[in-house]
Write a protein of this length. Structure first.
Lengths: 537, 396
């Protein structure tokens, strides 16, 4: 049996890639190691009656062009925005990030009047950066060293967009991409607590601290999405993040695609410098003209290939690719609604994201622990209760809580994680939450604690890095995953990459999968079916 | 408003809410910053004519007010504003704009020189961030007492009579842009001869606790002078007739503009008279000087448009059918009996005598039509009554 293309890994990017290839008329097979599909965009029933978004848990960056083009709404995907969030302060107060513009402003003013007025300047400048980057999400990065007409024209496009920013914003942009999130926020806000609140977006999923250069961009990565045009809004995929994968799989199958689960790939078969197919873990061989890897660059280059098939310098680049584990996750089934005395009654922020670290120093100390090979003793968490918004996640009156945790090291003091380590880490997080919610501990029916060990073992992300590689300037755009390989083509002919380790990175965008499909279709001399960015003026 | 549970009140009542809400027959309101204000109380036309024929009272509480004091207050303001305010004596008010480093208008407003060295800056947008940035190196104290100070605009030909009847002796001798103070039930009542209607009118300022009493006294005094509360719809008509611009409508505040090229300089808003290059240094001076030499990108014009269809949101064309700009504000003016508009046009268009057309879409019984109406550039306000300037103010 021979296919036109094999996609390794049924994560959302693998499925998006496969869906576009199938839509263009190719005969495509998706192979998935796990008995279920979705990679890190999954909904799993780990406690009876509860659906866990046990990896990625919120949605904003998924490209609307892909959503529409692949008819994901028809395939059951609905993204429902959730409202705002809050940072709980050590003094018992909160800083609320209310959805309503005026209420939000008043809330900041309650803590610092000037910062409330500065907030719109901050929003303006972040919006400028969002507008710039959004134009490039569904484009293949140009190779700046190439003289091919396409690369030159892409470079010119990039330059034009950059020049259109105006002189002042051009300077700001260059600074922005190299700054730390804390220093960036210094340019707007006076209050350390307010800066701490906004800087959380700069460290999520990143093995860097709030004072590390490059984290300002990570903030942008969390701001550049939208829901139905509401810029920066995040929401829940109804039914959990698995609904994203399920809808993509539905679109793929609608176009005749085939998915095989429990089918782990051992190696890519290379003959005469060309990819010919894959060898499965069970020894079967399947052949195809095109082989696409949705795995991260490290796994793709160092595990799917026989290193002998690679140029030694390529193997070296893959080995040095930064994909450090820095995050953990708790997924908790609750017997009822946790109380948050600091929020007061009926505060709309209870539907939003909650955080418990209120100073930049505490955030930096949390990072210090990670550098020392330990989980943060006072971690930054991003806590949400999706079941308050999405009635399908838990039985009536019961709730599902998703707790993302930063920082968690890939190894504990240089040693592999043990179950005792994992439980001790889980306890730190549960203790931190219960300091702000007196009834929380009593409500816990089941808790899944995930460290980089579990994320790597189950999802296959190296070190459990949620973005398939750090989002720093040296690994973005034409440097993602590394120079010479940013246009989705792998080290041998007929082999491609479509995971978040390629441009424009992670965050459940489906853009890497779509961009890779466009390149493959061009190489196969097929008509492009991947949509272009719908530009705003 | 400063309490933790402020989120339970999305929109706040102003200091006059107990009075305005009772009079608001239409229950038509909108949100102005943190507050609820009336679009219209009973009827837009009646409210408009109250301001042009008798007295209209407009609730000004939500307007942003900043107080600036300290030894460097004047020097600071003179550095920030494009206009020279060193000549602004205590007890006087001045219209002003301020710009960013690139000479683009951040906002316009009025600066009050109250007691010597004590200033108040009123503006559409909140300016604490910009004021604080601009205050580096100056010994000044800046506060924003918007919520503590209640204010009403009392506008129209009988406004002076109303205030006199209320017992504000000698108010007729207050010159335009003058400030004076009275005792009102033991509190200080500040009255300025200012407004947004281009007519005879005053603004009255008092501490929040006396707001309702002030309203009652004013309406009791105005009973025989046709006093009437007015909403923002009617005020909008009068300010367009006066040719006054509004932030967020006729120009985009420079500190909110995301897209390059969307902002305007004072020259591009017809406000060159507010830019004083004799001042050695003010924010935006260098850029504005350069613009003065090189020329501006836009002209801001007042247009008299043929026919009777208001040119709301219309594109403006030249005689070669090229789009040369857009209308920013437009109404049929009941007092000038003209179809008027404010418009931003690409330079060099907008000189008196230019042949321009407004593309107007209008609807009659759900049928949409389009008309290309001749637009004539007008100089000066559409409506500029003598009574606005005369001191002592005339009795009507």
């Amino acid at each position: 049996m021979k296919y036109d293309a094999i996609v390794i890994g049924a994560g959302h990017n693998g499925l998006a890639n496969a869906a576009f290839l199938a839509k263009a008329g190719m005969k495509v097979l998706v192979l998935e190691r796990n008995p279920w599909i979705g990679g890190a965009a999954v909904s799993r029933e780990l406690h009876e009656g509860w659906i866990y978004s046990n990896c990625s848990y919120v949605c904003s960056l998924l490209r609307p062009e892909i959503y529409r083009n692949l008819n994901l709404a028809k395939h059951g995907l609905q993204v429902v925005p959730y409202g705002g969030g809050a940072t709980f302060l050590s003094n018992g107060d909160i800083l609320g990030n209310y959805v309503d513009h005026d209420v939000k402003r008043r809330e900041i003013a309650r803590h610092n009047k000037r910062d409330a007025d500065a907030y719109h300047r901050f929003s303006r400048d972040v919006t400028r950066q969002c507008r710039l980057i959004r134009d490039f999400l569904l484009r293949t990065p140009p190779d700046p060293t190439s003289f091919r007409p396409r690369d030159i024209s892409e470079l010119m496009y990039m330059l034009k967009k950059f020049l259109n920013l105006g002189e002042k914003t051009m300077y700001e942009t260059i600074r922005f991409y190299s700054m730390s999130v804390a220093e960036y926020l210094d340019e707007y806000f006076e209050s350390d607590m307010i800066k701490a609140h906004f800087s959380g977006s700069g460290i999520i999923g990143t093995a860097l601290g709030v004072y590390s250069p490059g984290t300002a961009y990570v903030l942008l990565h969390h701001y550049m999405g939208d829901i139905d045009g509401s810029a920066g809004a995040w929401g829940f995929a109804r039914g959990g993040m698995g609904s994203v994968s399920k809808a993509l799989a539905g679109a793929f199958q609608e176009h005749g695609g085939e998915i095989r689960t429990s089918a782990g790939v051992e190696q890519i078969i290379v003959r005469n410098g060309k990819a010919r197919g894959v060898a499965l873990e069970n020894g079967d061989e399947i052949y195809a003209d095109v082989v696409v890897s949705n795995l991260d660059p490290k796994r793709t280059f160092l595990k799917l290939f026989d290193e002998k098939d690679l140029d030694p310098r390529v193997a070296e680049k893959a080995r040095n690719f930064k994909i450090r584990g820095s995050s953990g996750k708790l997924n908790i089934a609750l017997d009822g609604v946790p109380e948050w005395p600091a929020l007061g009654e009926n505060n709309p922020l209870r539907f939003g994201d909650m955080h418990f670290v209120d100073s930049l120093e505490r955030l930096e100390r949390a990072y210090d622990d990670w550098k020392n090979g330990m989980w943060s003793r006072d971690p930054y968490v991003d806590l949400l209760i999706p079941s308050l918004t999405d009635p399908t996640m838990a039985p009536p009156g019961k709730h599902f809580m998703s707790v993302f945790v930063q920082y968690v090291p890939p190894k504990v003091k240089g040693k592999d994680w043990t179950d005792e380590d994992r439980d001790a880490f889980g306890k730190v997080v549960i203790d931190q939450i219960s300091r702000h919610s007196p009834n929380f501990k009593d409500l816990i029916l089941h808790a899944e604690v995930r460290t980089p060990r579990e994320l790597e073992a189950e999802v296959g992300l190296t070190e459990g890095n949620i973005f398939q590689g750090e989002l720093t300037m040296d690994q973005l755009m034409f440097n993602r995953p590394f120079p010479g390989y940013a246009q989705y083509r792998g080290p041998v002919k007929g082999m491609y990459m479509c995971g978040s380790g390629t441009h424009p990175g992670g965050g459940v965008m489906a853009a890497p999968g779509a961009n890779a499909a466009r390149e493959i279709l061009a190489d196969m001399k097929r008509t492009n079916v991947v949509p272009e960015t719908e530009l705003d003026d | 408003m400063n309490k933790k549970d402020h989120h339970k009140t999305f929109v706040y009542p102003t200091a006059f809410h107990s009075r305005t809400s009772r009079l608001n027959q239409m229950q038509a309101c909108h949100r102005w910053k943190d507050y609820l204000v009336a679009d219209v109380y009973e009827d837009v036309a009646l409210e408009y004519f109250a301001m042009r024929n008798s007295t209209g009272v407009f609730d000004l509480c939500p307007m942003t007010k900043h107080k600036i004091t300290g030894p460097d207050a004047l020097e600071f303001l003179n550095r920030m504003l494009t206009r020279d305010v060193s000549k602004l004596k205590p007890g006087r008010v001045s219209y002003c704009v301020w710009c960013d480093d690139e000479g683009q208008v951040i906002d316009d407003g009025t600066v009050f020189h109250m007691r010597p060295g004590e200033y108040m800056l009123c503006s559409q947008e909140r300016q604490l961030d910009w004021l604080s940035i601009s205050a580096l190196g100056f010994e000044v104290t800046i506060t924003e007492p918007t919520h503590e100070l209640a204010a009403l605009a009392v506008q129209g030909p009988t406004s002076c009579s109303v205030l006199r009847r209320m017992g504000l002796n000698d108010i007729q001798n207050l010159k335009p842009f003058g400030i004076t103070w009275f005792d009102f039930q033991g509190s200080e009542l500040m009255v300025s001869r200012t407004g947004f209607t281009g007519d005879l009118g005053y603004e009255v300022w008092i501490e929040v606790s006396k707001a309702e009493a002030l309203w009652d006294a004013l309406f009791a005094a105005g009973k025989e002078y046709g006093i009437r509360p007015i909403g923002t719809h009617a005020l909008e008509m009068t300010r367009i007739e006066a040719g006054f611009i509004q932030a967020g409508v006729d120009f985009l505040p420079a500190d909110e503009a995301v897209r390059p090229g969307r902002t305007r300089s004072p020259f591009e808003l017809g406000l060159s008279w507010l830019v004083d290059f004799k001042k050695p240094n003010f924010t935006g001076r260098k850029a504005l000087l350069e613009e003065k030499e090189k020329g501006s990108r836009y002209n801001f014009v007042k247009l008299d448009i043929a026919g009777n269809k208001p040119a709301r949101d219309a594109f403006i064309y030249n005689s070669k059918k090229q789009v040369v700009g857009t209308v920013t504000s437009a109404i049929w003016s009941p007092t000038a009996k003209a179809n008027i508009a404010l418009a931003s046009l690409h330079a060099p268009w907008g000189k008196p005598g230019d042949e321009l057309y407004a593309e107007i879409y209008y609807q009659r019984e759900l049928k949409w039509s389009r008309v290309m109406a001749r637009a004539t550039v007008v100089e000066g306000a559409f409506f500029d009554p003598e009574r606005k300037k005369v001191t002592p103010a005339l009795d009507f």
